[in-house]
Write a new protein. Structure first.
Length: 116
């Protein structure tokens, strides 16, 4: 079986990267309540809800692995986001510029949602 990663187009790799950026930013902005206190979601929290390891979430966030559609829908449900919103976000031409730089999360303060 051929390695899928090697057969992805540049555009597909960019979509994976953008979806990973969306996941990281959404996770960092989302909170859940426990014992009356708001806590941000960690990679482990998301992994537990999806039934995967936190390492898998890391790979999704870096864009190294493609998020399967059933997990994409689970993430949208978890973060209360419409799947079409995410699809438009990660596939629009201008979004390609939201991927992080080689120095880390330097673009975290940028607005990833398209301007109205």
């Amino acid at each position: 079986m051929a390695n899928l990663k090697n057969s992805l187009s540049q555009r597909d790799m960019a979509v994976n990267k953008n979806l990973g950026v969306w996941l990281r930013k959404t996770r960092k902005q989302a909170y859940y309540e426990i014992d009356g206190k708001k806590k941000p979601y960690t990679q482990s929290d998301v992994a537990k809800r999806l039934g995967v390891t936190f390492q898998q979430i890391q790979k999704y966030e870096k864009g190294d692995n493609t998020i399967p559609i059933f997990r994409w829908f689970a993430l949208c449900d978890m973060f209360n986001v419409q799947p079409n919103t995410v699809k438009e976000l990660v596939t629009s031409e201008e979004v390609i510029n939201i991927t992080e730089t080689t120095t880390g999360d330097s673009n975290d303060n940028n607005d990833v949602y398209p301007k109205e």
